[in-house]
Design a protein around this ligand. Structure first.
Ligand SMILES: *Cc1c(COP(=O)(O)O)cnc(C)c1O
Length: 348
């Protein structure tokens, strides 16, 4: 049976073209900065977002954790949304790696505004942590793939600048946001101090993330990457996949967004769904109406060849990506329509 993978955009396999690019990559020892393909990827990413330099890392968790470390000192705090990846899914690494606290803002879909940020910044007293960094996430995964407008980022930037805080963008899915908003990477880059970009999400590379920022910031980031064990050697084979992804897989993200909207439209017609979050990019998050429950629903989907995940006690997440085509979406919709929360038993 063919599996329709709505579990995550991290599960994509390299396309034949990407594999060819990987095999053809020229490589060297990147710890000595002698891997031409890694260097090319870093230069490409820096140029794309208009930053001075970039650093290739094994994961988005590492690029975020390095950014937290370089932007802060112990006893500082980072301000972010409660749904942020750096808070929810990075093992509490902000405390472990950087010795900093976290100051959470609660929103509906993970998108902060400048007033909320300003209100969260702590005054300078000896007994308070120092608010020194704001992290925004675009798109916000737990927020349902929600996007920032450029204006919202500009306003947050202004607050950070006035109050002396740095601004980091967790752009794991930045390109999903940009193909929707039409903003350029450089326009976003101009408003933030650093960006973490995942090559291994919707862009379809097997491994890797890139951190961008000023020359000084990246020089220090390179040292922190090494101490975290992220200095790789002939990483050009992976960087080659990243370059290929940036060249070939950005525009097609639109298709994933169309597919996500098709899923959401279908779900809206079904009695067992509720509270479908607004779909802006490639993520669909919704609740199940009782008696439907995630285990029963996911088991049904699995039996029918669809994989997905629970995202809360009554919540389900679907993610679309380049390994799910239109035919598979049509098939998934038929399977969703055929679901009955009570199986063959009569309705309660
Ligand atoms: C996936 C993701 C990351 C980092 O992921 P890795 O799995 O460590 O590469 C960071 N931020 C967001 C929003 C993500 O979705």
């Amino acid at each position: 049976m063919q599996i329709i993978n709505l579990l995550s955009d991290t599960g994509t396999k390299p396309t034949p073209g990407m594999l060819q690019a990987m095999m053809a990559a020229e490589v060297g020892d990147d710890v000595f900065r002698e891997d031409p393909t890694v260097n090319a990827l870093e230069e490409k990413c820096a140029a794309l977002v208009g930053h001075e330099a970039a650093l290739f890392c094994p994961s988005g968790t590492m690029t975020n954790q390095i950014a937290l470390k370089v932007h802060t000192r112990p006893l500082d705090e980072v301000i972010c949304d409660e749904m942020s990846h750096i808070y929810q899914y990075e093992v509490g690494g902000y405390a472990f790696n950087s010795g900093i606290g976290i100051n959470l803002i609660r929103t509906d879909y993970g998108i902060l505004n400048a007033d909320q940020v300003l209100a969260a910044i702590k005054p300078r007293f000896d007994w308070l942590p120092k608010s020194s960094l704001v992290v925004i996430e675009n798109t916000c995964n737990k927020g349902g793939g929600s996007t920032y407008t450029l204006d919202a980022i500009k306003n947050i930037r202004l607050v950070c600048k006035n109050q002396g805080l740095a601004l980091h963008l967790d752009g794991a899915r930045l390109f999903n946001a940009l193909v929707e908003t039409g903003d350029t990477p450089a326009a976003i880059g101009a408003e933030v101090d650093s960006i973490s970009i995942c090559l291994s999400k919707g862009l379809g590379a097997p491994v890797g993330s890139v951190l961008t920022g000023s020359r000084d910031f990246i020089a220090e980031a390179r040292r922190v990457r090494k101490v975290m064990g992220g200095g790789m050697r002939q990483a050009g084979y992976l960087a080659g996949a990243g370059i290929y992804a940036l060249d070939h897989h950005i525009e097609r993200l639109q298709e994933d967004h169309v597919h996500a909207r098709q899923l959401a439209t279908a779900l809206k017609q079904l009695a067992y769904t509720a509270n479908i979050r607004p779909v802006q990019t490639n993520i669909v998050i919704f609740d199940l109406e009782k008696p439907a429950t995630p285990p029963h629903f996911l088991e049904y989907l699995k039996k029918n060849g669809v994989s997905a995940s629970a995202f809360g006690p009554q919540t389900i997440r679907f993610v679309t990506h380049l390994d799910v085509d239109s035919r598979m979406i049509a098939q998934a919709i038929e399977i969703l329509q055929a679901y009955s929360a009570t199986g063959n038993k009569s309705q309660p």
